[in-house]
Write a protein that binds this ligand. Structure first.
Ligand code: NAD
Length: 315
């Protein structure tokens, strides 16, 4: 059955989407799928090299041509994400609003940390973190005002777990998770959901590191349905981190050890506890037996206060 015909088909008719870095790779797949499902899509890409040098209007324009040839609605934008306000203004000038934002633009300056220059750090910071901030900040008041928004951050396993030679990239990708965590809280009351995707796909970013035989199994369009779902009004998740690739997707959560409380810490006037007490308890501090799954900042404060208050009450 054609997309749009089934009653449970998820569509984006009437929605305006911005996809940054959509001139190729994953962003292109996101833009194509959103447009195929009825969204008007601003295809942003400055068309630079993988390292973030130069620029060209060709990649973004080619994606727009592809979308319009297929009957969809799209327009190209060639600003850097560092000029986020210009990108958002372009969408507003064309279509009057922004409902969906996928912060996808990215570059790489891979080098081991001891050889990393200020320029390598700064360039990656400016595109990934500063760029995400700039575009999101410009879209945010519009989303708040209209009481609707769907934002997806393109993070990376490199940020969640670390990856040799990617200290700059990993730091910015993890910072995007922190940004999403707080925006999810701040946006919730205005029906703005902010989620994170950590994709794995063949693109110019990965074609030199992934084996050839894997590249065809990890097409970018196998990530697009997951990201598009996170952009849909029916997706109730907010603040989720989803890993995906090759047609697989799974949501992450945090796990915390039950931990150890040192009651002497709350003895009035006592020294509390010593490093040696920590050393003796370390195995238990790190044991995930009876672990729990904290979801909010309050869950951290809560467990501390539980122990502190119980110790006080026992005095
Ligand atoms: P890609 O290089 O094909 O796409 C990135 C796009 O961003 C490029 O078209 C580039 O021109 C554009 N861009 C770069 N700087 C820009 C700027 N300042 N303003 C506007 N556009 C800019 O790579 P991709 O693999 O499709 O990556 C897309 C996103 O997914 C990136 O954020 C990347 O870090 C992330 N990611 C990709 C993978 C993967 O396996 N491919 C894994 C983890 C995370």
């Amino acid at each position: 059955m054609a997309a749009g015909a089934a009653s449970d088909t998820l569509r984006f008719d009437g929605r305006v989407a911005i996809v940054t870095g959509a001139g190729g790779g994953l962003g292109r797949s996101y833009a194509i799928l959103l447009a195929e499902r009825g969204a008007k899509v601003l295809v942003n890409d400055l068309g630079g090299s993988l390292g973030g040098k130069g620029g060209s209007t060709r990649p973004a324009q080619a994606v727009v041509d592809e979308i319009t040839a297929a009957g969809g609605t799209a327009a190209a934008n060639f600003d850097s994400v560092e000029d986020g306000a210009k990108i958002v203004q372009a969408a507003v000038d064309l279509w009057g609003k922004v409902d969906i934002l996928i912060n996808n633009a990215g570059i790489l300056r891979d080098v081991s940390f001891h050889k990393m220059s200020d320029a390598d750090w700064e360039a990656v910071y400016r595109v990934h973190l500063r760029g995400t901030f700039a575009v999101t900040r410009a879209a945010w008041p519009l989303m708040r005002e209209q009481g609707y928004g769907r934002v997806v951050m393109a993070s990376s396993a490199a940020g969640l777990y670390g990856n040799f030679g990617q200290a700059n990239y990993a730091a910015m990708k993890m910072a995007m998770v922190g940004l999403a965590n707080t925006l999810a809280i701040e946006g919730a009351r205005r029906n703005i959901a902010v989620n994170v995707v950590c994709p794995v796909a063949s693109s110019r970013m990965t074609e030199t590191v992934l084996p050839d035989e894997l590249l065809s199994s990890l097409r970018a369009d196998l990530v697009a349905p997951i990201v598009a779902y996170l952009c849909h009004e029916s997706c109730a998740d907010n603040g989720a981190v989803v890993e995906c690739g090759g047609g697989w997707a799974g949501k992450l959560r945090r796990q915390r050890a039950k931990g150890v409380f040192f009651p002497a810490a709350q003895n009035p006037g006592a020294k509390g506890f010593e490093m040696e007490d920590v050393a003796r308890a370390w195995k238990t501090i790190c044991s995930y037996e009876d672990a729990d799954y904290p979801e909010t900042n309050q869950d951290v404060f809560g467990v501390i206060m539980e122990h502190v208050e119980a110790a006080r009450a026992s005095k």
